[in-house]
Design a protein around this ligand. Structure first.
Ligand code: SIN
Ligand code: NI
Length: 281
């Protein structure tokens, strides 16, 4: 990392950072953790304009906030912005982040599933309870999302709320994100009495990591500033594509796995090996 003034010439996100053993232990025990200062404010100041522009160019829903449903009100969402420009590409394919992901998952290498900007607008709604992996046709639970604020996030907005230990329980419901998943998991959270944890407030460049099956939600944005967050999803190298038994997973197979058939190793050109142990040798 190279913190020089407010903005630095061209950050690369390929260097090595040492992961705090407490973060690794929390991740393995609870299914989530926070890594403070994984990128510097100077690095993010350099890359944020590119991610902002990529998000605006590729956002899926352009309707005004008031016209969207619960899911749509949760955030402006744009996936696959890795191709927007060179700076965005360097961020998404940064080995620094992927190495942390691999260490947390305890695997030799990780591939990119996809990136996704999640910008919760001023007045934006809550993110309903869900498990990310319900969307992912992958035969491994070694999957993880890095969620990195591109702005400071005060406690009033906060980050995700995680249900500790749910990463060990696999698929709890086929409900995708929305009112139905919120109702289903609200009841389940009460019934099972899971401990709920969050890591806010955040400084720009902090990051949380959570596994694909870790149940989570996020509060609404009742402030007048945009909660700009960039995410990158990784999976263990060697994972295979599962049969298309859910419309959301079939869509993801086409969108993010190059349309490769069920049963094949997920290694399309859209899923580069972002970090492997051998890269450090
Ligand atoms: C959010 O940023 O509000 C939710 C992120 C997630 O669901 O992974
Ligand atoms: Ni999620």
């Amino acid at each position: 990392m190279t913190p020089v003034g407010d903005v630095i010439a061209e950050p690369d996100f390929d260097d090595r950072v040492d992961l705090d053993p407490d973060a690794r232990d929390l991740f393995r025990r609870s299914g989530h953790c926070v890594v403070r200062g994984l990128a510097t404010a100077a690095e993010i100041a350099t890359v944020k304009p590119s991610i902002d522009a990529g998000t605006e160019a590729r956002r899926w829903d352009r309707r005004p906030l008031e016209e969207r449903d619960t899911y749509g009100r949760a955030f402006v969402q744009a996936g696959g912005i890795v191709g927007h420009d060179e700076r965005t590409r360097r961020f998404v394919l940064g080995r620094r982040f992927a190495r942390v992901a691999a260490e947390l998952l305890d695997v030799d290498g990780v591939r990119l599933y996809h990136d996704q900007a999640l910008y919760k607008e001023p007045g934006g709604g809550f993110t309903p309870w869900h498990q990310d992996q319900v969307y992912w046709p992958l035969d491994t639970d070694r999957t993880v999302t890095m969620w990195m604020p591109l702005v400071d996030i005060p406690r009033e907005i906060g980050g995700m709320v995680f249900a500790d230990g749910t990463h060990r329980l696999g698929n709890l419901s086929e409900e995708v994100i929305g009112d139905a998943s919120q109702r289903f998991f609200d009841d389940l959270v009460r019934e099972r009495d899971w401990t709920l944890s969050s890591h806010g407030p955040f400084a720009v460049g902090d990051a949380t990591f959570h596994t694909g099956w870790t149940l989570h939600s996020a509060p609404a944005n009742n402030t007048d500033t945009m909660r700009a967050v960039m995410t990158v999803i990784y999976f263990a190298d060697g994972a295979r594509i599962t049969p298309s038994d859910h419309p959301a997973r079939e869509l993801d197979r086409l969108l993010w796995l190059g349309g490769a058939p069920a049963g094949s190793v997920a290694d399309s050109e859209h899923n580069p090996l972002v970090w492997h142990r051998s890269f450090d040798e």
